[in-house]
Design a protein around this ligand. Structure first.
Ligand code: TXA
Ligand code: MG
Length: 322
């Protein structure tokens, strides 16, 4: 349960971060658990609070794209172009790091993941600091990412001093992570809050990596992730629920309620079929159903385009059982 101090005071957050503490922060994608990225001991607190394996590297957050050059060796022209259009925003770049980024942040990799979050409160916070913030999503490792301050408090409240409340997250899915492959082509390492179509408008066709547990290069992209405790099955929700105990079944549907399942056990992501709304509601909906007294969640995949691609990726990871 929650012992944390939840508030909207950026100065408190900044003071704690300067002292080397971990603080939960809002971003437009999901809430992060932040610490001074240049301070190994502060970063170690993140891993310990989240119970995150140290092989899973962290994204660093900066107040503007101009600052990125202070922490990385070089910025490919295509990333600068993308940044012009899409930062601040739900987009993360993998870049060769300078030595001042400690190895704990990158799990020993020579590359560091960098993003500029599009949230006024956190941009204000970052502008008060002379270091980047390393911040993974503020959930226990493997569970659904938090999209409100209360989600963070429910799970990590006894372990963090301060949760900076910036309201519900606007995007609701983690950032899209981009790297360059050996031939200099843009590669999507994690599908996320910026659609592949938007990226391709700037870059032309990109490669999309379908990472799994057997691919250790992006260790955070474990096949089983973002998972509720209640088993989640993806498919035709009408057929699946016809054969189930309707009173103990939860539904995640894209735009329509099902007739035979109690309404309180159904999450309709967007009645108007809008991808942005659906993405924003996905994690909160999964959490809500996970706290209902049900035995199973049946989830209908979103149409496979735009943010539907990242929504379906998260549903698949939520459904996967090792
Ligand atoms: O939207 C987001 O990106 C949120 C907010 C808080 O910014 N952060 C987030 O962090 O989703 P996290 O830790 O839950 O996921 C970060 C993932 C890692 O699991 C890994 O897949 C990838 O980013 N990553 C980070 N640094 C990397 C590196 N040096 N090399 C390869 N992958 C990296
Ligand atoms: Mg995460």
């Amino acid at each position: 349960m929650s012992d944390a101090f939840i508030g909207t005071n950026v100065d408190i957050a900044a003071t704690l971060l300067k002292k080397g503490e971990a603080v939960a922060i809002p971003t437009e994608t999901v809430y992060g658990l932040a610490a001074n990225a240049l301070d190994t001991r502060a970063v170690a607190k993140i891993f310990s609070i989240k119970q995150r394996p140290t092989f899973d590297p962290l994204i660093i957050h900066l107040p503007s794209f101009d600052k990125v050059q202070d922490y990385v060796e070089e910025i490919p022209e295509v990333f600068t172009r993308l940044a012009k259009n899409y930062t601040p925003g739900p987009l993360t770049f993998l870049l060769r790091k300078k030595d001042l980024i400690p190895d704990i942040v990158t799990a020993g990799s020579p590359y560091v993941a960098v993003r500029i979050p599009n949230h006024t409160v956190t941009l204000d916070l970052l502008s008060k600091l002379d270091f980047p913030l390393a911040a993974p999503s503020a959930n226990p490792f493997g569970y659904i990412s938090p999209t409100t301050a209360m989600h963070v408090a429910d799970q990590l409240g006894s372990k963090v001093y301060y949760i900076l409340d910036g309201g519900p997250c606007d995007v609701g899915l983690e950032s899209t992570i981009l790297a360059l492959d050996e031939s200099g082509k843009v590669e999507v390492l994690r599908k996320g809050g910026l659609s592949i179509e938007s990226i391709e408008k700037e870059t032309g066709p990109v490669t999309v990596r379908d990472t799994s547990v057997s691919n250790p290069e992006a260790p955070g992209m474990l096949t089983s992730h973002y998972a509720p405790r209640v088993p989640l099955i993806i498919g035709d929700v009408y057929k699946l629920s016809a054969a189930a105990n309707t009173q103990r079944t939860g539904i995640i549907a894209f735009s329509n309620f099902l007739p035979d399942i109690p309404t309180k056990h159904q999450i309709v992501l967007s009645p108007s079929g809008n991808f942005t709304d659906a993405a924003r509601n996905l994690f909160a909906g999964m959490r809500y159903l996970d706290n209902c007294d049900i035995d199973v969640i049946f989830a209908e995949p979103a149409p496979e385009s735009d943010l539907g691609i990242a929504i379906n990726d998260r549903l698949r990871r939520a459904a996967h059982r090792d």
